[in-house]
Write a protein that binds this ligand. Sequence first.
Ligand code: SF4
Ligand code: SF4
Length: 245
Amino acid sequence: MKIKIQRKKASNKENYFEEFDVKHEETILNSLIEVKTKHDNSLAFRCGCKTGICGSCAIRVNGIEKLACKTHLNENDIIEPIKNTQVIKDLVVNLDYEGRVLKNSNSFLNQLSDVEITAEDEKLIDRQSNCILCQSCFSSCPVFEVNEKFLGPYALTRALRYVEDKKEANPSPTLEKIQNNGIWDCTLCGNCTIVCPQFIDPKTDIMNLRMKSVQNGYEDKSMNSFNGGFDTGFDNFGGFNPNSF
Ligand code: SF4
Ligand code: SF4
């Protein structure tokens, strides 16, 4: 079976594709290991647990983000590194932004509450807690093409995880941090939700964060500047405002 892999030497700025014939067809990760052990040991890619838990083998297969260890190989599959970050070599990308977006979104516990947590409380944040930081959603997000400071889907999902956590006594700093380059910059395209291997739904999480932000007195400031002072008769959420006439 043929597989095409995007290559980039550390010393070379240009990307190019190289085709290999592989016998190991179970998963794309096994095929990459076969290429490295039998054809070209200079091929660079990341992998860890090989069972879809560590999230380190995220790549793009025919343009869609996948975990290499959980994806079957098909004839003529095109394998590329994830997007929206710098390629270091072949399929290995720079992940420095991970710490930055998590810190900038304040995605951690601010103030520990002493309330007792029930099983129901845990369920509220169960799905968001399953994020394996594979970066697939980050790669699929179109906003980074116009705003490289965007916090991105998994950082916002993690922000909601802490805002909803009953152990958080003070979610205000997190809500404050996600207003700029955060929840209002998302186009709600849903790419992040489609590609997530953990069935997390960052798009819905972002909509929930918008609702919580409005309840706490925040608004989408870009909509005010978009109106340019002209009162359209509609509020920022598409609702008709009768008081404007
Ligand atoms: S829904 Fe928002 S965060 Fe998710 S990929 Fe689209 S623009 Fe990015
Ligand atoms: S939200 Fe899903 S796609 Fe995004 S980093 Fe977490 S596990 Fe990966």
